[in-house]
Design a protein around this ligand. Structure first.
Ligand SMILES: Nc1ncnc2c1ncn2[C@@H]1O[C@H](COP(=O)(O)OP(=O)(O)OP(=O)(O)O)[C@@H](O)[C@H]1O
Ligand SMILES: [Mg+2]
Length: 410
């Protein structure tokens, strides 16, 4: 009954999982705010979605992009920036594809032909074009120009948005390239064109272009702090945290109530069900981590071939997933600067009610409470791992479980 081919759980990265949980705020932000406002020509900032590894940043924007493409929008594929790569080349290629979707290459207008040629040069040479100063124009200017043409074509087409998704933005370590990229995208987002409205008056409107940047929270330091106000005015940053248990329960509800439809070999269609205790157990074990949710779901599916997933199957599945769960949390902790890791460990060692700045400062051997300030602030606002309430609490529930209990062991 349960086969590998029918398994709907997908712990691999960069997928749009079939068993989807939550993130309704971000999905409706696109559907109800970003898309309609950009379509209507109203200004709306680009979106930056950051978060610790495995929280579902790429999946979220892939899903937004898929929905957009289904609605007829022109979308780029998820543009992953490899470490050390020249982002301008990749983005130039993607913008050329958008231009193709917009039908621009067949235009006879010289202006458009020139814009395409310039971006083709950027796709070949990237940031090094700046140094050569080939025709005295910077790569960002070429990109902006072509994006504006794409935007104009989208207006002409009506009810179409051009959506750009750049992933792994923390890998853009070359400051010049980062700055060129952010300026190109920001300029296109804030560009206004004049259009004629009924009655003949001419008014300014923004272009139907939307930009999503996704990556690790470290990006905030690179773009936020140094590029400062300009970046913040043009991009709105959201830091993802763990999924809510209610959302995970709801995601499994299809299994519990109706069963998950599977093809049943020669007998035709069947359904795989899940005992409510099994669903509750999955939710409990994964601690709101999307990756672990998929992993334990997958393993529970494989634990047996019967038509019902039981709590025992989940237990067996988790046993097979424990090592990966440990590795997942260790990866998150290892990436942190020593100070931040130390603060988390100190917090974990204190009883829940005593996790105050004062007690943490004492335990870390600081003379003044204020010395924990910057570290705690980063863990809260930049990373979303803790919440600096009174007392401090963990927002990253898998990190908390790992540091304070035997989890992921039973
Ligand atoms: N909303 C969701 N509901 C259920 N599962 C999800 C959800 N979002 C992501 N996942 C699952 O979580 C895993 C990690 O997702 P994804 O690769 O998008 O994370 P990420 O934040 O981009 O990670 P990284 O920082 O490593 O790039 C994937 O297996 C994906 O299927
Ligand atoms: Mg990702």
């Amino acid at each position: 009954m349960r086969t590998a081919l029918d398994n709907p759980f997908s712990p691999g990265s960069d997928t749009i999982p079939e068993v989807w949980a939550g993130r309704t705020e971000q999905l409706s932000d696109w559907r109800d705010i970003v898309r309609p406002r950009r379509l209507a020509g109203l200004p709306e900032r680009g979106r930056t979605i950051l978060g610790e590894p495995g929280l579902g940043k790429s999946s979220l924007v892939r899903r937004i992009t898929r929905d957009a493409a289904r609605a007829g929008d022109w979308v780029t594929p998820q543009l992953r920036i490899p470490a050390g790569a020249d982002p301008l080349k990749l983005v130039a290629e993607a913008v050329l594809e958008l231009a193709a979707a917009a039908g621009l290459p067949s235009s006879r207008e010289k202006r458009i032909g020139d814009a395409i040629a310039r971006v083709q040069a950027v796709a070949v040479s990237g940031i090094s074009l700046t140094l050569r100063g080939a025709d005295g124009r910077e790569p960002y200017a070429a990109l902006t120009k072509l994006l504006i043409e794409v935007g104009a074509a989208a207006i002409a087409e009506g009810r179409v948005v051009a959506l750009i998704h750049i992933d792994e933005v923390q890998n853009i370590t070359d400051e010049k390239a980062l700055s060129q990229l952010l300026i190109a995208l920001g300029d296109a987002l804030s560009h206004e064109v004049e259009v004629e409205v009924p009655g003949g008056a001419r008014v300014g409107r923004s272009l139907p272009i939307a930009v999503y940047l996704t990556g690790l929270p470290d990006f905030e330091d690179m773009a936020g702090a140094r590029k400062g106000a300009t970046f913040a005015r043009r991009f709105k940053t959201t830091t993802l945290s763990a999924l809510d248990d209610e959302d995970l329960v709801e995601a499994l509800q299809d299994f519990v109530i109706d069963g998950w439809p599977v093809s049943d070999g020669s007998e035709g269609a069947g359904r795989v069900r899940m005992d409510p205790e099994a669903a509750a157990s999955i939710v409990d074990l994964c601690r709101g981590e999307p990756f672990l949710f998929q992993l334990v779901g997958e393993q529970a599916w494989y634990a047996d071939t019967t038509a019902t997933i039981t709590a025992e199957h989940v237990r067996q599945g988790w046993r097979g997933a424990q090592r990966e769960a440990t590795a997942h949390v260790e990866r998150i902790l290892e990436r942190l600067p020593a100070r931040e890791r130390q603060l988390l460990q100190t917090m974990a060692d204190l009883p829940t009610g005593e996790r105050t700045a004062t007690r943490i400062a004492e335990a870390m051997g600081f003379a003044k409470v204020t010395e924990v300030g910057p570290t705690a602030q980063r863990l809260d606002t930049v990373r979303g791992i803790i919440d600096r309430g009174k007392p401090y609490t963990f927002r990253h529930r898998a990190v908390e479980a790992y540091l304070t209990s035997a989890w992921p062991r039973f």
